[in-house]
Write a protein that binds this ligand. Sequence first.
Ligand code: AMP
Length: 174
Amino acid sequence: MELADLRAKIRDIKNFPTEGILFKDITTLLKDGPAFRFVIEHLAERYRHERVEIVVGIESRGFIFGGALAASLNAGFVPVRKLGKLPGKTIEVEYELEYGRDALAVHEDAIRSGQRVLAVDDLLATGGTMAATLRLIEQLGGRVIGVTFLIELAFLHGRDKLKGHPLHSLIVYD
Ligand code: AMP
């Protein structure tokens, strides 16, 4: 398995969820055992010596990669979710979407001050979702030691919103 093989396993779906969006469907990669394992091992290798204590994954596809990565790194996993889903006391952050606003939440006791945190999502588009997540992590005192994605849509320049954090993506579309 190589990176080029992985690329071929991501399916493009036109006009989903709305007209004009080219959706990167990762379910075609996930159902392939060696491909899924390759992604997790590749990411885990990169962060193996970074003493990651907590992997934060963003609802919902960030949970799939984040959970597996956390287990591989012997780190804890913390979910960042849409409002109203987490049962305990939360802190919340609002962020801008292309049209309108959205909000994310995390349990207020999910991360201890000073813990080394790796933030994960499946795809970087405009960067708004991850930027909001980093605000939550930092509000809890977490130290963001890395931000990682399976896919980066580089033409949307999401990276610019995440300056100051080491960022890595496995597959980049220019
Ligand atoms: P953004 O905040 O613009 O970086 O959007 C990132 C979130 O939206 C991620 O959680 C992605 O899963 C999802 N997303 C945005 N654009 C796409 C796309 N073209 N294909 C698949 N997922 C996307």
